[in-house]
Design a protein around this ligand. Structure first.
Ligand code: ATP
Ligand code: MG
Length: 893
């Protein structure tokens, strides 16, 4: 059975049994700042299990992209050695939201495994939680498995909990004997060795655990299951390892071919090949879901996985970027199931290539850095690289601990790994804290009365900015950035949060900032300074009461700051036009990586491997302006998700879309899923100006732009600046550039003249007879062993001028040595030149090498010319006085 058929048979089986097929959520969980990555099928349904959201259907089936590289589930270190653990894998799952429970869950599982998939019942076993007699009896009755093959296990493996409090319950797992031909072994031994392979875990959410740890039975228990596609495929394809399935075969083969070996040829290479194949899948899927390599949070995890793959590539003998060449292979294997791979292939490939290059060069320079650290530690008598230093090398150069360890060993040093781990733990804590930002809304909602009582707020503000009758539902007082407490009223001068039954205030989302404005009621007024919402759609108005007292139940009038909102709408529609224009000009590989839509500007981040040339930027800007000038009405519609996708709408990563979605269309140009505020007609945008373009991460560019009034202001300011330049240049704007050019040319000429004059002056002063006097040009020189030597201090001058001066003097001398020194600002410059006839007898380079240390410096150069710097100006006279001896030494030697 091909892996594709495994997926299909699972979905079909449950769809036939009333389960709604829900697409995989992105790897980046939406609206869950506590979790870095989706690590199980249930993640996207958390709100249903917690009773915060209502499921559209009580049964669901999914094939979920999962990543287990952080937090509670971290299988990273297993990958490579383990034949059944991956960082990225696909989890097949069926779910009951308060619908069926243990009996059906076990029956479905058994029917699918032993019926549809045809696994031999004698090769199967099950586990149950040791206190769960109900599940035990159900297995006995439904499957007929003998008692010896139903194992009662402890809480570590067979009791699941969402967190310290909340939904939890016993689980039951299905195991397959992968070597039924061999004599039976004990349960412990068999599970340890991997002979009894866990393929499917059924979780029975039966209790609600309170803060005191007491379990309360849930009124409507639920089911959450997960089976690893890769493991099931291995079993059904009759192979020992997940890596021998069709999911990995082509990737391993391609990687091995690039490395000039074969998978299976060498055990150690095989481990590295498996790591490369596994990590490549994780990296490719993370990039497809919009994660960008970076130094913290998700981006940091992505970078680490990528570097780990490159490191194993180095073990395989790669010394230049290779991983990016394998990105398309992931698409070949998984593209049919995950269309996002095709859409992002080129961009991902470019990002991987850039990351690889950077990593390889940092490893090289990092290695040098380690050596230097070790040298200076050794001088102080040390033999251990401290954890802090090691971590800094790891952190700034991305130098892996293994590489550090190797270099240290070569130098007979050790690495303080405990200290290193401590630094690492501190860093992990930091990224957890960073991911936890935004938790305040969850806390806020709890303070306001919890999920059950606060429904989504009705938003009526797309087409209007005012609303006459809204009611205050809840209020909270704000004590600080985090502390919010439910309040019975908010008096004048206080700040708080208001939840209303309806609103025209747009809550921050989809990159668009929240609205501001006023809330008024009889006897009072409050300013709305920001508007935000939680994933369930409850809108929080951040208010400052200016007059009167605001209390729940009050009827209020709402007014959004209309000018500000209109400016936001212009920028939002312009962002869509910019996105479309970029794809037209740069190709379909361009992918939105983030955006900010504010009243005064817009920012658009997208994947692209190189800076954009000025003419490309101009072309993009022109296309957007052409659309604005065409004054096309925008078409906004609410329609079924599938229909929108079929019409070609661009969906964004990290967004969780419902069954019906809102689409924003500029007919013939742009069609996006979007919940934001837009102009009714592109003509309202007015002028669109790109204000800048730059890289913000490898493979990601950022464009900032302005529209409407801000664009007009920008043009006017540019014009004013041009006028100033013209006035300064003393020419009208159209000739100002030419005038400045001409002035610069004249200036350069004048400087050259000046420099020549200075040289003649100095040279004339040094060499008796003066400039142009011809005869006696060498009278300022002394003689050493018949060679003329001119050693003098000269006034400070630009380096080029000093070099010219040396040349002039050398020519004047005809035959001999010139040594000049000058002092400027605590620094010394020494120059030496030897005439060609003395080549072989005297070297300027050696001379400087000898003299430079006398002024606290170093340097050297060619035999005919050399230069050096020093830091002890006071010593210059001594150095010049030593020239004669130095020359004598060379001639004598
Ligand atoms: P194991 O003990 O083997 O690590 P688990 O108990 O962590 O598995 P669950 O959290 O119950 O696994 O996940 C449900 C199913 O997902 C497992 O039965 C298995 O088939 C699959 N699975 C879990 N972790 C991985 C992984 N790292 N790679 C591939 N499949 C996995
Ligand atoms: Mg596990």
């Amino acid at each position: 059975m091909k892996s594709h058929d495994v997926r299909q048979s699972f979905v079909d089986f449950f769809a036939e049994r009333g389960h709604r097929h829900v697409p995989s959520a992105p790897l980046v969980p939406h609206g869950d700042p506590t979790l870095l990555f989706t690590n199980a099928g249930m993640v996207q349904f958390k709100g249903y299990f917690l009773g915060e959201e209502t499921p559209p259907s009580p049964r669901a089936v999914t094939v979920q992209k999962c990543l287990r590289v952080s937090g509670k589930h971290n299988d990273l270190e297993n990958v490579g050695p383990s034949p059944r653990h991956h960082t990225f894998f696909e989890m097949l799952g069926n779910f009951s939201f308060g619908d069926y429970f243990k009996e059906e869950a076990i029956r479905f599982g058994w029917e699918l495994v032993s019926g549809v998939w045809g696994l031999v019942p004698e090769h199967l076993s099950a586990t149950v939680f040791h206190e769960d007699d109900e599940a035990y009896e159900l297995w006995r009755r439904i499957s007929g498995l003998p008692e010896a093959r139903i194992h009662r296990c402890g809480a570590a493996d067979n009791f699941w909990a969402m967190g310290d409090t909340g939904p939890c319950g016993p689980c039951s797992e299905i195991f397959v004997d992968v070597h039924p031909d061999r004599p039976e072994v004990g349960w412990e031994e068999g599970t340890e060795s991997g002979r009894y392979l866990e393929i499917w875990n059924l979780v029975f959410m039966q209790f609600d655990r309170d803060a005191a740890g007491t379990l309360h039975p849930l009124p409507k228990p639920s089911v959450d299951t997960g089976a690893g596609l890769e493991r099931v495929a291995a079993v059904l394809q009759g192979v020992e390892s997940n890596y021998d399935t069709d999911l990995f075969g082509p990737i391993l083969a391609a990687a091995a071919k690039l490395a000039g070996t074969g998978y299976g040829a060498d055990a150690e290479d095989d481990v590295s090949l498996r790591v490369v194949a596994d990590h490549l899948r994780a990296v490719t899927f993370l990039l497809a879901d919009g994660v960008i390599p970076g130094n913290e949070g998700r981006g940091y995890v992505l970078r680490r996985i990528l570097r780990r793959a490159v490191r194993h590539g180095m073990k395989l003998g790669f010394d230049e970027p290779f991983l990016h060449r394998l990105v398309p292979v992931v698409g070949e294997v998984l593209g049919a199931a995950y269309p996002e791979l095709a859409a992002t292939r080129e961009a991902s490939r470019a990002t991987v290539a850039a990351e690889e290059e950077k990593f390889l060069s940092t490893v090289a320079s990092g290695a040098r850095q380690v050596q230097e650290e070790i040298e200076s530690l050794r001088e102080e008598g040390g033999s251990v690289l401290p954890g802090k230093v090691a971590f800094t090398l790891y952190d700034t150069y991305g130098l892996p601990l293994e590489v550090l360890r190797e270099i240290a060993e070569e130098e007979r040093f050790t690495v303080d790994e405990e200290g290193f781990e401590a630094e690492m733990a501190a860093r992990r804590e930091q990224s957890r804290a960073a991911a936890g930002r935004g938790l305040d809304l969850v806390a806020l909602k709890r303070a306001l009365g919890g999920a059950g009582e606060l429904p989504a707020t009705d938003f009526a503000g797309y087409d209007r900015h005012e609303l006459d009758a809204a009611r205050v539902e809840r209020l909270a007082a704000l004590a600080g950035p985090e502390g919010a407490t439910r309040a019975a009223s908010l008096t004048a001068g206080s700040a708080g949060v208001a939840v209303l039954d309806r609103t025209v205030f747009y809550a921050e989302g989809g990159g668009e900032v929240g609205d501001t404005g006023t809330i008024a009621w009889d006897g009072g007024r409050a300013r709305v300074t920001d508007t935000r919402k939680d994933p369930a759609g409850t809108v929080f108005h951040f208010v400052e009461v200016e007059e009167g007292t605001l209390a729940p139940g009050a009827e209020v009038r709402l007014a959004v700051d209309a000018e500000r909102r209109l400016a936001i709408e212009r920028n939002h529609t312009a962002t869509h036009l910019l996105h479309a224009a970029l794809r037209e000009v740069l190709g379909e590989g361009v992918r939105q990586a983030g955006s900010l839509v504010a009243p005064d500007r817009l920012r658009f981040d997208f994947t692209f491997p190189r800076p954009l040339a000025p003419e490309v930027l101009r072309e993009v800007e022109e296309r957007v302006n052409r659309r604005a000038l065409a004054a096309t009405p925008t078409a906004i519609e609410v329609r079924p998700y599938r229909e929108a996708l079929a019409a070609g709408a661009m969906a964004l990563f990290g967004e969780k879309y419902g069954d019906t979605v809102r689409t924003v269309e500029v007919p013939g140009f742009s069609l996006e899923l979007c919940g934001g505020c837009h102009v009714r007609n592109t003509g309202e945008i007015g002028l669109f100006r790109i204000a800048g373009e730059r890289g913000i991460a490898s493979g990601v560019r950022r464009i900032e732009a302005v529209t409407g009034e801000a664009a007009y202001r920008r043009v006017r300011e540019t014009e004013e600046r041009l006028d100033e330049v013209a006035a300064a240049a003393g020419a009208p704007p159209e000739r100002a550039a030419g005038e400045v050019e001409a002035l610069r040319g004249k200036l350069a000429e004048t400087e050259a003249d000046l420099s020549r004059l200075r040289i003649r002056l100095v040279a004339g002063g040094l060499v008796a007879g003066g400039a142009g006097a011809g005869a006696g040009a060498d009278e300022g020189a002394s003689e050493v062993e018949g060679v003329k030597v001119l050693a003098r201090e000269v006034p400070a001058a630009p380096p080029a001028e000093l070099r010219n001066l040396v040349d002039v003097l050398r020519n004047k001398l005809g035959s001999g040595v010139v040594v000049l020194g000058s002092r400027d600002d605590g620094k010394v410059t020494l120059l030496a030149a030897v005439t060609p006839d003395l080549a072989g007898r005297l070297s300027a380079g050696l001379l400087v090498k000898k003299l430079a240390p006398l002024v606290g410096g170093g340097g050297g150069g060619r035999p005919d010319f050399a230069q050096a710097g020093g830091r002890e100006p006071d010593k210059l006279p001594d150095a010049l006085a030593a020239v004669g001896d130095a020359v004598r030494e060379q001639l004598g030697g």
